[in-house]
Design a protein around this ligand. Structure first.
Ligand code: AMP
Length: 352
């Protein structure tokens, strides 16, 4: 067990690192943030920071020596340099390597018995044409790596759009996915301990706009609820096959044929932010508990449910009104420039 008072290293200094640091501090841990940017928002709430490139092995090694355990808050990280951290890194590099490449990820999900939409790996424009022919429109092209919040994605709704879509994603190795006919989206958030203990939160139903999460609601609707048990089984099989330690999130489409997996995030997730006020133990605290091998906290709802609304770009300018709204829990990430599409904060409303 890694006791309170120890230091937790966090690779990545965005809002997830910030909320992990706050949860860690509450339990008496100190956090050391590693990020290539000069002042990432997690540094404001951490006790130590290192500004270095994610490929700088010497810097990662020194960072690892300063910490008792190391975790990461996003998956687009070079895997090789992190191997120097050995068992100190939780979750390990396997979770990272699989989740950061969409083709590897989909194959892995299928091998775990999870359902994904039809897909093809594509490397060339001819490959895109073949995939569109085989899958039928609509198809969404997604770069294998470095895509998030709808970035690195382009829809092909008719074959003549293939060329434009291929150019739009930068002609990079990609997956072509059939457009899934879903009636809702939801996620399963699971925390797993090294010895296999695990727990789930209520599954949030998630609404996206322009590829970005806007709203998460718990409990999910009556239409989605019957799909949660099967989805949890799939998510747990994935967590076990990865040997995952900490929080893992699996995003699902609720379709008439049952739950279809969209993607895995080997970390705390935006659709779990409601757990800070809406659940007895938040996803952030539970992640800290799991990587430090403290006992699991209870994950049940505090009250009847909750909604979490993301504040994207200029939405954050609504803060004077939100901060006076009774019962609204306002979180501002302190990220500075409110560029369009940038996640600047969120508001959670706990339902009685
Ligand atoms: P992603 O970045 O892969 O999570 O995609 C962002 C959002 O785009 C998803 O939450 C869906 O709303 C939509 N989307 C992505 N892939 C598909 C798909 N294969 N079929 C239908 N909608 C999709």
């Amino acid at each position: 067990m890694i006791p309170p008072g120890s230091t937790i290293g966090i690779v990545g200094g965005g809002q997830l690192g910030r909320m992990l640091s706050v949860a860690a501090a509450q339990l008496g841990y100190k956090c050391h943030i590693f990020d290539p940017h000069p002042h990432p928002c997690a540094v404001d709430v951490a006790s130590q920071s290192t500004c270095a490139d994610f490929n700088d092995v010497a810097a990662i090694e020194a960072f690892g020596k300063s910490a008792d355990v190391v975790t990461y808050e996003f998956e687009s990280l070079p895997v090789e340099p992190l191997k120097v951290l050995g068992d100190k890194l939780r979750p390990g590099t396997r979770s990272l390597a699989i989740a950061q490449d969409r083709a590897v990820e989909k194959k892995f999900i299928e091998d775990c018995g999870g359902r994904v939409g039809s897909w093809r790996a594509v490397e060339t424009f001819d490959g895109v044409i073949d995939a569109v022919e085989q899958l039928g429109c609509p198809v969404v092209l997604k770069t294998r790596r470095y895509g998030y919040d709808g970035k690195g994605q382009a829809w092909i709704r008719a074959p003549e759009q293939a060329e434009e879509a291929w150019a739009a994603i930068g002609e990079e190795p990609a997956v072509a996915e059939s457009g899934v006919a879903f009636f809702a989206e939801f996620s399963v958030i699971v925390a797993r301990w090294a010895d296999g203990r695990h727990c789930f939160w209520d599954s949030p139903e998630n609404e996206h706009r322009e590829g970005i999460l806007r709203l998460s609601t718990v409990p999910c609707s009556d239409r989605v609820a019957p799909q949660v048990a099967e989805a949890r089984e799939a998510a747990l099989r994935i967590a076990e096959a990865l040997g995952h330690i900490g929080v893992l999130t699996v995003e699902f489409f609720a379709s008439e044929d049952g739950p279809v997996i969209n993607e895995i995030a080997p970390r705390v997730h935006n659709s779990g932010h409601w757990t800070i006020e809406g659940a007895v133990t938040s996803q952030f605290e539970q992640h800290i508990r799991a990587i430090c091998d403290l006992p699991p906290g209870i994950t049940g709802l505090m009250r009847g449910g909750a909604t979490m609304e993301n504040l994207i770009g200029a939405d954050v300018e609504r803060w004077p009104e939100l901060v006076t709204e009774r019962g609204a829990h306002l979180h501002i990430y302190g990220k500075g420039d409110a560029r369009p599409g940038r996640k600047m904060g969120h508001v959670t409303r706990v339902v009685r």
